[in-house]
Each structure stands twice: as structure tokens, then as C-alpha cells.
Design a protein around this ligand. Structure first.
Ligand code: HEM
Length: 128
């Protein structure tokens, strides 16, 4: 019997995540709501996100070896993320997923994960 493929293998490994994150960042760069929080040099952040996602989807564990435990909520504490920021982030990631050419069910699984993870990073109380 062969082991079921991980998502990492299914999408073709590292090049998929590198391209996904490049596309995502194209959206972020033009988005004033989000861009203000990102440093001038976007490359280290891109690299961290590629490694994080590759690890999450069953690829090499390089992210944790370099950065330690992900602790994503803590790493996002310095940004006040409300619904608008969450939606902007998710919109850019959805565009990246849709343009990556992956088919369902992998496509839907990835979109569901990003929606859930982005919800989880909301750390601002709703207005009113
Ligand atoms: C909800 C809206 C979100 C906003 C506004 C946001 C914003 C940011 C910003 C400004 C950075 C710093 C980048 C840098 O220093 O170059 C960052 C880092 C990061 N974000 Fe997010 N993010 C969001 C959601 C997410 C989600 C859903 C994930 C995972 C699925 C994620 C994963 C990461 C990772 C892995 C890093 C790098 C942390 C490190 O340095 O190890 N983010 N994010």
C-alpha cells in the first residue's frame, strides 16, 4: 500500500508555494490597508510565509527549525487586525489560490484553511 499524498506533494512541492506567495504579495503591495504594516523589504516575510505554508501542508519542517513554534497569533499582535484587514488579506490569498490552477478538492481545502486561519488572527474588537 502507498501512503496517501500530502497536499505539499499533490500541488508539486515548493515551487507551488513560492508562486502562491509571490501572487499574494502582488496584492498586498498595492493594498494601502495592509502595506503599511509590511516592512520595506518584503523578501524575508515572503520567505517565512512560503516555509510556513509548505510545513503546514506536509512539506519540510524548515519553518519551525528556523523560527521556532509558529505562534501565529502572537506574531501578529503588533497589527490591529479587524474584519476589514482580515478580508483584505483573505482576498489577496484567494486571488493567489484561484490563479494557481489547482483543482477541487485541494483548491477548496486551501481556501477553507485560509478563511479559518485569517478569522483566527482577528484581534481587534468589532466597532460599536
Ligand atoms: C488576517 C490578516 C493578516 C494580516 C493583516 C497579516 C499581516 C502580516 C504581516 C504585516 C506580517 C509581517 C511580515 C514581515 O515582517 O515581513 C505577517 C507575517 C506572517 N504572517 Fe500574516 N497576516 C494575516 C494573516 C495571516 C494568516 C491567515 C497566516 C497563515 C495562514 C499568516 C502567516 C504569516 C506568517 C507565517 C508570517 C511570518 C511570521 C514570521 O516572521 O515567522 N498571516 N503577517
Amino acid at each position: 500500500m502507498t501512503e496517501p499524498k500530502t497536499m505539499f506533494e499533490h500541488v508539486g512541492g515548493m515551487p507551488f508555494f513560492t508562486q502562491l506567495v509571490e501572487r499574494f504579495y502582488e496584492g498586498v503591495e498595492l493594498d494601502s490597508l495592509l502595506r503599511r504594516w509590511y516592512p520595506e523589504d518584503l523578501e524575508p516575510g515572503k520567505h517565512a510565509l512560503v516555509l510556513f505554508l509548505a510545513q503546514y501542508w506536509g512539506g519540510p519542517g524548515t519553518y519551525s527549525e528556523v523560527q521556532g513554534h509558529p505562534r501565529l497569533r502572537m506574531r501578529h499582535n503588533s497589527f490591529t487586525i479587524g474584519q476589514a484587514e482580515r478580508d483584505a488579506w483573505f482576498r489577496h490569498m484567494s486571488v493567489a489560490v484561484e490563479s494557481s490552477g489547482i483543482d477541487d478538492p485541494a483548491r477548496q481545502q486551501m481556501l477553507d484553511y485560509f478563511a479559518m486561519a485569517a478569522d483566527h488572527l482577528i484581534n481587534a474588537a468589532p466597532a460599536g
